[in-house]
Unconditional design. Structure first.
Length: 289
């Protein structure tokens, strides 16, 4: 009694093999018998494909099944989920936060199993812009990382807006000092009576250790950043203290391991990170270059 299923070339090969096995469960038999029975379920072009296989190409049923699966793999029902994640696109005028939220809801609903695919779908779905450029440059590994970076990006944008809103009086120019200096230096240089200054000199002079450090936006929180072994090894930590290092009694600085200020306001860490950024050590963690 032969199997009652047929395979015409458009069905899912896996489903066909399962149906075949189910029907053949009670039929004992050698590999050869099984191969012949499976062959008897093939029709038309599929049978032609099978006949076209080189002689002795198949010696066991498993080999036959594997070849069959590979040949008709394309018929397998596509995983619907992955297509859905890739269908989520940022609308014109939709903010990054709105898109992130909408995408996040779909991720929860569809439960895509492949993290890299989720990350890829998000980046593909975004409208082009500086933030999508930064994602492409420092490709995120997980959707969580994307979430963190989007939130950091939004926070940074908000800070810029705040500064614009609370705009103060324009700082008076420092008594016009820099300009005459430059004119003076230029005239000396023209005469060639003095050795030319290296170009970076004025900048280095202007930025002293007392200036507040330039704040950078990193894709991870500062306390996570300083725990990354490669970075931990590069930073100088002052000796541990029980004193409050700053005015804010309840704020904890993970860098100093002390109360008094938060890690975000930590000047000492800020300067060191700024140095590391300038030397290119933190480029993988920077949100914007
Ligand atoms: Zn600190």
């Amino acid at each position: 009694m032969g199997p009652k299923v047929t395979f015409t070339g458009v069905e899912d090969p896996e489903a066909h093999l399962i149906a075949f096995h189910t029907q053949m469960m009670l039929t004992g038999g050698s590999d050869v018998v099984y191969c012949k029975l499976l062959m008897s379920t093939l029709t038309g072009v599929v049978l032609e494909w099978f006949v076209s296989l080189p002689d002795r190409h198949i010696s066991t049923f498993d080999q036959f099944a594997t070849l069959f699966r590979e040949q008709y793999l394309i018929n397998k029902a596509p995983p619907r989920i992955s297509y859905d994640v890739f269908d989520i696109k940022q609308y014109q005028g939709e903010s990054l936060k709105e898109f992130l939220n909408r995408f996040g809801v779909q991720v929860v609903r569809l439960k895509p199993t492949n993290e890299a695919m989720t990350v890829h779908a998000f980046i593909k779905g975004m409208l082009p812009g500086p933030f999508s450029d930064s994602l492409l440059r420092y490709y995120p590994k997980t959707f969580c990382e994307i979430r963190r970076r989007v939130m950091a990006h939004i926070a940074a944008e908000d800070r810029v807006t705040e500064k614009r809103v609370f705009i103060g009086p324009v700082r008076p120019r420092a008594a016009g000092r820099p300009q005459p200096m430059r004119v003076h230096e230029a005239s000396i240089e023209k005469k060639g009576s003095r050795k030319q200054q290296p170009y970076e000199k004025p900048q280095t002079r202007a930025r002293t250790w007392r200036d507040p450090p330039h704040k950078h936006n990193f894709c991870v929180e500062l306390k996570e950043l300083i725990a990354i072994p490669n970075i931990a090894a590069r930073k100088k930590v002052s000796p541990k203290t029980d004193k409050k290092l700053g005015p804010n009694k309840n704020a904890w600085c993970e860098f100093h391991q002390a109360y008094g200020h938060s890690i975000r306001n930590c000047l000492s860490l800020g300067h060191q990170l700024d140095e590391l950024v300038k030397n290119g050590f933190l480029k993988d963690y920077l949100l914007e270059s």
